[in-house]
Design a protein around this ligand. Structure first.
Ligand SMILES: CC(C)(COP(=O)(O)OP(=O)(O)OC[C@H]1O[C@@H](n2cnc3c(N)ncnc32)[C@H](O)[C@@H]1OP(=O)(O)O)[C@@H](O)C(=O)NCCC(=O)NCCS
Length: 194
């Protein structure tokens, strides 16, 4: 009987796929050094007219209405351009952020969340992401914020390196499992904000 129970457990484990989501945080009161601007890139804040190019840079073109709505609600997106070509962007929000059906990231006062940072593959690995993220940290700090949170899957090595280099530290880990890789099981949470 015990053997039968063990077999069932093994089958259930095989049907289950788990991913680990890491949240990292940056204390903006600590020194921030974006370094020198790499290449010949020009930095500016995104406007409504840039949203289509931002969506296209990620490799897919989608409805930009919700992005426009997010900008209206106070999100900021920093851009790096080479001539007229968009090369990178970093999108930050200052409101609670719905990550999934089961999880909304609640931001305490003074906290911000880096929704996404993206660098075009043609200029990746040359310090563009670090410079952009460092510049965003400075800008957000100068607007009076004390912390920024970022999230990524634990196997996104480049993203973890980028954030670590720019002073982010491990904050919280969530394990999300799905049965048959479809049905989500409520995640196991680590510690809360500290
Ligand atoms: C993550 C990303 C923004 C990094 O931008 P980037 O301009 O390449 O970053 P940088 O050149 O400033 O490098 C930052 C760190 O990543 C490392 N890195 C960059 N490209 C790498 C690669 N292909 N392989 C391994 N490490 C790499 C750098 O060595 C550096 O780490 P180090 O200081 O420990 O050496 C970019 O790769 C990207 O857009 N990826 C796809 C989207 C994504 O994953 N975004 C993050 C969402 S959380």
């Amino acid at each position: 009987m015990a053997l039968f129970g063990e077999s069932i457990r093994r089958i259930a484990q095989k049907m289950q796929a788990c991913e680990e989501w890491i949240e990292m945080k940056r204390d903006l009161r600590e020194p921030i050094d974006p370094g020198k601007p790499p290449l010949n890139l020009h930095m500016r804040w995104a406007e409504k007219e840039d949203l289509f190019a931002i969506a296209a840079l990620e490799g897919f073109v989608k409805e930009t209405d919700f992005m426009e709505e997010s900008l209206r609600k106070g999100d900021r997106c920093l851009l790096l351009e080479e001539g007229k070509q968009l090369r990178a962007f970093a999108w930050a929000t200052f409101r609670d952020f719905k990550m999934a059906l089961w999880y909304t990231l609640k931001l305490p006062p003074g906290w911000s969340y880096l929704e996404y940072i993206f660098v075009h593959p043609a200029v990746a690995g040359q310090g563009v992401g670090s410079y952009l993220l460092g510049s965003l940290l400075l800008a957000v700090r100068d607007q009076g914020f004390s912390h920024m949170v970022a999230g990524m899957y634990s196997n996104w090595d480049v993203s973890i390196r980028l954030h670590t280099r720019m002073g982010f530290r491990d904050h919280r880990r969530l394990t999300q499992c799905k049965i048959l890789n479809i049905f989500p099981i409520p995640p196991k949470e680590g510690s809360g904000f500290h």
